[in-house]
Unconditional design. Structure first.
Length: 396
């Protein structure tokens, strides 16, 4: 019924809009699933090598077919005051925000306000190269825009600490710099694509990106703590983030530019709210049918040199060949991971530290946490995590 309702919402009639609202707000049915039991001691063992030495603190949350079955906080939320991490601590999720940005884009497609296969310049005529790529290609990182392969963040003056670029300045750089390859030819992790999606959501809704995310994703799913950071955000429950130097010391380095990082990575929430998000996606509470399939369908373009075998990128999600869907986040001071396993298990890891072994081994930790659940088949991560860099000063 929710899928039919969401599809009808594409027709611009009053009844269709009411139907869409009811679909988003209706309680999701609980899937009948076999009972499972979390071995808390094994979860503790999976995170023990990292808490206090690699990262100051961590919150682990586990969901099973939409139901929160485990959550636990470890370590410190702030080293200066000694405040402990708690289940109510807010943490930045970094690029995990891309999952939610893409979802909000899909709700706009559901409501007939755009098509994900529209050219970017349909809603953003200010971008002169926007006639070359689609919104879908921005979302799945196949747009041809400069990404991590050529340090596109520096090219466009976004995301990095100390940039503080205005919207006008970023558009000027975009219009002065043509994409480096044809769209649909190669995956390149481009934060600038998500910056443009943030502006697209603003154009389609007539509201700031942070406001649109509340109205289209967070509130409909009843995510009680989730929000998008803005330059004027004040949150006493937000943990303090740190960078770990090679000597094992933790340092409070400059954070990413909040304004230009918004749609690419400025989400904040508790770990349990990420489980609420996962439940909403699993039960197709916001978008269903073809749009829900679009969210998790990899682009099929080559992933580039050095990418693990059997991995693809969909609309805000990495997808392994074994069906695991995930995305991590790094904000200079925080590290996150959201892993949705095909057996109904969701593992969320939110930490207030970066550039440590945990940053690079978090997927492995997620698999270990998954395997600490009795009643599900154990899984093995095929990828060998790289070694972290030797950081001796705050990154620039």
């Amino acid at each position: 019924m929710r899928i039919v309702c969401a599809l009808r919402a594409r027709v611009r009639t009053a009844s269709a809009l009411v139907c869409a609202v009811l679909a988003a707000c209706a309680p999701a049915p609980r899937t009948s699933a076999p009972p499972v039991r979390v071995d808390a001691a094994r979860v503790d063992g999976a995170v023990a090598p990292y808490v206090g030495t690699q990262i100051p603190g961590l919150v682990v949350a586990i969901g099973y077919h939409g139901r929160l079955i485990f959550e636990k906080a470890y370590g410190k939320a702030d080293l200066a005051t000694g405040v402990r991490m708690s289940l109510g601590t807010h943490l930045e999720i970094g690029s995990m925000t891309k999952e939610m940005t893409s979802d909000s884009l899909l709700t706009l497609a559901r409501d007939g306000r755009l098509s994900i296969d529209d050219k970017v310049n349909v809603l953003l005529p200010r971008y002169k190269f926007g006639n070359r790529m689609t919104l879908r290609q921005l979302s799945n990182m196949s747009s041809g825009l400069q990404g991590a392969s050529v340090d596109g963040d520096a090219t466009f003056g976004i995301v990095n600490p100390g940039t503080h670029s205005t919207v006008a300045q970023i558009y000027d750089r975009l219009n002065a710099t043509a994409p480096i390859r044809p769209p649909g030819t190669l995956f390149d992790y481009a934060n600038i694509g998500y910056w443009l999606l943030g502006r697209t959501i603003e154009a389609a809704t007539g509201t700031p990106y942070a406001v649109a995310m509340q109205s289209r994703t967070f509130r409909p799913l009843r995510m009680k703590t989730a929000y998008i950071r803005t330059p004027d955000s004040r949150d006493p429950l937000l943990a303090t983030g740190y960078v770990r130097f090679a000597d094992g010391s933790f340092h409070r380095c400059e954070e990413l530019d909040v304004r230009s990082s918004d749609a690419a990575g400025m989400g904040v929430m508790t770990a349990s709210d990420v489980i609420v998000w996962d439940e909403g996606i699993r039960s197709e509470r916001l978008v269903g049918g073809a749009l829900a399939k679009d969210m998790f369908t990899p682009s099929g373009v080559p992933m580039g040199k050095g990418a693990p075998a059997g991995i693809g990128y969909a609309m805000g999600w990495f997808v392994w060949k074994d069906g695991v869907r995930f995305h991590g986040g790094d904000t200079q001071l925080f590290t996150s991971l959201n892993a949705m396993f095909p057996d109904g298990i969701d593992v969320v890891l939110l930490a207030n530290g970066e550039l440590s072994r945990f940053t690079y081994e978090r997927q492995q930790v997620a698999y270990e946490v998954h395997n600490a659940i009795a009643g599900v088949a154990p899984l093995t991560l095929a990828e060998v995590p790289p070694s972290p860099p030797k950081v001796t000063s705050c990154p620039k």
